[in-house]
Design a protein around this ligand. Structure first.
Ligand code: PMP
Length: 400
């Protein structure tokens, strides 16, 4: 009965991973991955996560019963506090509903499905470019995807004028997907002044913000500072949605732990929204897994462990910043044509280097360096040892 099923195309980022794995070269370098790596190129399990797991072992093994459809209530409260702030009036007024979801992806998908069922304007605008999976969440929910200008390839920075023009021309009421910080794939974030202009324009045109918070804390090591764009929108009393992921910020990728929050105008609306979210989640996976969310809860609720998390978060962000500086210095030292200052101006885990598909193909073929064809690199895939190798390879690629 399945003989007419056609083969689906490979998913680009996984294809790069497979090619890297199969490459026998001892010099191979994987900059295409979307996960944090240590200076030794190893995955990082945070000490504070290990500690939380130890603490939880007895409690967890004693009880593996189903969670409620919306997950662990305390986890949801702490997640809302993490994004909106400890003194958020929206939280105090019970205008926020937060549900535990399967990481950032699950939160985006549940949010998209909720909007498809209960919102009147089924068009979403997302940045050009954006995380490759973003359109899929909304297309799957039956929402039309459009783009707004974001990245200026001539400066490798923000096309702020283009962004304002496109959002200014967006149909009234449209959904706008915004990345809170550490924009994937560009590493380009608006300044807080620019965010304020975006907020004013969006509120004026009645556009609905949906924030993807996959890197909250991964830019400045302060979850509060990184959440400022969201908090500016919440402070004006209007609605918004947020999809929070703990994959990167706590290194919990495979635990699939995240939260969808919907900020409403009143407590009554928020409670009705939550009742509808349950109807969306129930036929999809019934209820979320317990392990990852228990770890997050243990860390966020304990002052000491929270502090340890921030220290480890800072070690990750410091290493990334140092890699940016070292790469810039190495490119500068080689007097490679072009202005490479965007490498240090961009923030978060990624940099859109400005290398084109042909140059990327050259780096892979001649130097065994792997990255997506748009020239995006994961800075944490680098180390002090490998920076000179990459700089030499880029030198060769751009002076071909
Ligand atoms: N949003 C962005 C911008 C991302 O980069 C990612 C992961 N690469 C996600 C969402 C989803 O990640 P997860 O489902 O692991 O939270």
């Amino acid at each position: 009965v399945f003989k007419y099923v056609t083969r689906a195309p490979d998913i680009a980022v996984y294809a790069v991973m497979v090619a890297y794995k199969e490459d026998p070269s001892p010099f191979k370098l994987n900059l295409g991955i979307g996960v944090y790596r240590t200076e030794e190129g190893k995955p990082l399990l945070l000490n504070v996560v290990r500690k939380a797991e130890k603490l939880l072992v007895n409690e967890l093994s004693a009880n593996k019963e189903y969670l409620p459809i919306t997950g662990i209530a305390e986890f949801n409260k702490l997640s809302a506090k993490l994004i909106f702030g400890a003194d958020s009036s929206a939280i105090k007024e019970n205008r926020v509903t937060t549900v535990q979801c399967l990481s950032g992806s699950g939160s985006l998908r549940i949010g998209a499905d909720f909007l498809a069922k209960h919102y009147h304007q089924l068009t979403v605008y997302m940045s050009q470019p954006t995380y490759a999976n973003h359109p899929n969440f909304f297309v799957a929910a039956g929402i039309t995807v459009k783009t707004y200008r974001y990245y200026d390839p001539t400066t490798c920075g923000l096309d702020f004028q283009g962004l304002l023009e496109d959002l200014g021309a967006a149909s009234s009421g449209a959904i706008v997907l915004l990345q809170t910080c550490g924009h994937n794939p560009t590493g380009v974030d608006p300044s807080l002044e620019q965010w304020e202009q975006i907020r004013k324009l969006m509120r004026l045109n009645g556009l609905l913000p949906f924030f993807d918070c996959a890197y909250q804390g991964f830019v400045s090591a302060s979850p509060d500072a990184d959440a400022q764009p969201v908090r500016m929108f919440v402070a004006d009393g209007g609605e918004c949605l947020t999809a929070l992921s703990y994959s990167k910020i706590m290194g919990l990728y495979a635990e699939r732990v995240g939260a969808l929050s919907i900020v409403c105008k009143t407590a009554d609306v928020a409670s009705r929204v939550e009742s509808q979210l349950k109807l969306i989640i129930r036929p999809m996976y019934s209820n979320p897994p317990i392990h990852g969310a228990s770890i997050v809860t243990a860390i966020l609720k304990d002052r000491e462990m929270y502090g340890e998390w921030i220290t480890e978060l800072k070690a990750m962000t410091d290493r990334i910043t140092s890699m940016r500086q070292q790469l810039y210095n190495a490119l500068h030292d080689r007097a490679i044509p072009g202005d490479w200052s965007h490498i240090t101006k961009q923030v978060g885990m990624f940099s859109l280097t400005g290398l084109n598909a042909e140059q990327v193909a050259f780096l892979t073929k001649e130097y065994h360096i792997y990255m997506s064809s748009d020239g995006r690199i994961n800075l944490s895939g680098l180390s002090t040892k490998t920076v000179p190798y990459l700089a030499d390879a880029i030198h060769a690629a751009v002076t071909l």
